[in-house]
Design a protein around this ligand. Sequence first.
Ligand code: RB5
Length: 140
Amino acid sequence: MIVGIASDHGGYTLKEQISKFLNRKDHTVKDFGAYSITSCDYPDYANLVCDAVEHNEVKYGILICGTGIGMSMVANRNPAIRAGLCKDNETALLTRQHNNANVLCLGARVTNPSLVNNIVETFINAEFEGGRHEKRIKKF
Ligand code: RB5
């Protein structure tokens, strides 16, 4: 699977962890930056990943900032994007099953890093359930 990933400075370390994890699992990771912990603006990176998801260059996007909130706010302004801010496995599973999320947002300052690989794996492997959830998504 091809996954697009980006962070700001606050999410950089977690982005590197996730990229290595996905590579180990034989996924292809397209890294849109940031490439260091130098201070930068999260909207610039959110938009790069969302454009790649919108144009089917990647199947899913992963966005990481300090809280995950800024990244999710920016991502959800793109009508092609359904971004879910997740802090655990259950929210990662349900945002795929119920919201058909195509972008996973994570907060590096508020999420236990030891849980993150699992959250990512749950998100990318879960299937949208359709049915009543499809009807609701059409109302977005
Ligand atoms: C950057 O200082 C911080 O505001 C950002 O990482 C994020 O938490 C925004 O929502």
